[in-house]
Write a protein that binds this ligand. Structure first.
Ligand SMILES: NC(=O)c1ccc[n+]([C@@H]2O[C@H](COP(=O)([O-])OP(=O)(O)OC[C@H]3O[C@@H](n4cnc5c(N)ncnc54)[C@H](OP(=O)(O)O)[C@@H]3O)[C@@H](O)[C@H]2O)c1
Length: 286
């Protein structure tokens, strides 16, 4: 079942990231983003932002800026909670933190938890069984994954299970994951880009700056144009209201890059440029 069928709609052009938002301003920033027009909000238990997201949703919908059903609230299952029963319990905790009746999108955060290299395949399938059950009960609208390579997804769906609606991948000009994107396209899985600005580093890459000037675009406009061209939805974080607003406007109005520009863009790709989280190393090895 495609992601559109699971959600009963497509994703908007941009999502708001909530990892490392300044803690005492998180609710205010998320509420501001919703008022600006963001409809997809990404959170996770490990970001400690679920409560702030829930409060912002309540304030924005209570204030008449949107209805709850206009928003897509996306959270994740942490590594240590993988497994059938622990997934169900972790989901309840997230629902409670968010103070919502349902979650729109629930994602497995990483494929291979620490010290589970030998049995992660079975563990992922148990987790997925619980997630499918949550969806069947209507507690979650769509289920998906993050950081899954094609082989990890193949394992998940090997016994005819639901195909993930979404795969959230680290994706920026210096880490382009073209194989992962092609695989997801073939399977009808929507790709989201986490750290679309490489956690801010993209703005100081001189070659990318030159390339964007050549196209008369700012760096952020170029990143949005590239995401749109490869069919990915960027999940962007900012502690600045100015950036939250300009990111939304630029992303919504981004134009597609030409085939030639896309080809030229490949020069920035560097397989070593991922963020180097210990999770990544484990994921690449299995
Ligand atoms: N699934 C996963 O495993 C995973 C892992 C990591 C992150 N994520 C998600 O992805 C989200 C985004 O990733 P991220 O937080 O690492 O980084 P990011 O969105 O790539 O970059 C954020 C940085 O870029 C700056 N920035 C944003 N817009 C800007 C603009 N228009 N002009 C100049 N600077 C700008 C921000 O500074 P200012 O605050 O000053 O604007 C901040 O320093 C996270 O919040 C989280 O929701 C998911």
């Amino acid at each position: 079942m495609s992601y559109i069928a699971q959600l009963n709609r497509g994703l908007p052009e941009i999502g708001l990231g909530t990892a490392n938002l300044v803690e005492d301003r998180a609710t205010e920033l998320i509420e501001f983003a919703i008022k600006t027009g963001y409809r997809l909000i990404d959170t996770a238990p490990v970001y400690g932002s679920e409560k702030a997201v829930g409060l912002a949703v309540k304030k924005a919908s209570g204030g008449g800026y949107c209805r709850r059903e206009d928003l897509l609230i996306e959270t994740k299952l942490s590594n240590e909670d993988q497994g059938y029963y622990s997934t169900l319990k972790a989901f309840d905790r997230s629902l409670n933190e968010l103070q919502l009746d349902y979650i729109d999108i629930y994602l497995i955060h990483w494929p291979i938890p620490k010290d589970r290299q030998s049995d992660y395949k079975e563990l992922n399938r148990q987790t997925w069984a619980a997630m499918q059950e949550l969806r069947e009960k209507g507690l979650v609208k769509a289920i998906g994954v993050c950081n899954f390579l094609p082989r990890h997804i193949e394992n998940l769906i090997s016994d005819g299970a639901t195909v993930p609606a979404i795969n959230q991948l680290e994706l920026h000009p210096e880490y382009q994951e073209s194989e992962g994107i092609s695989y997801c396209r073939e399977k009808g899985i929507q790709v989201e880009a986490w750290s679309p600005f490489r956690n801010g580093k993209t703005f100081s890459n001189e070659q990318i700056k030159d390339f964007s000037s050549k196209l008369s675009l700012s760096v952020s406009e170029l990143v949005y144009a590239w995401n749109k061209s490869v069919g990915s939805v960027p999940i962007v974080k900012s502690n600045s209201k100015e950036h939250i607003k300009s990111n939304f406007e630029q992303c919504v109005s981004a134009k597609l890059l030409s085939a030639e520009q896309l080809e030229e863009f490949k020069v920035f790709d560097d397989p070593e440029a991922h963020m180097g989280y210990w999770n990544y190393k484990r994921q690449l090895a299995y």
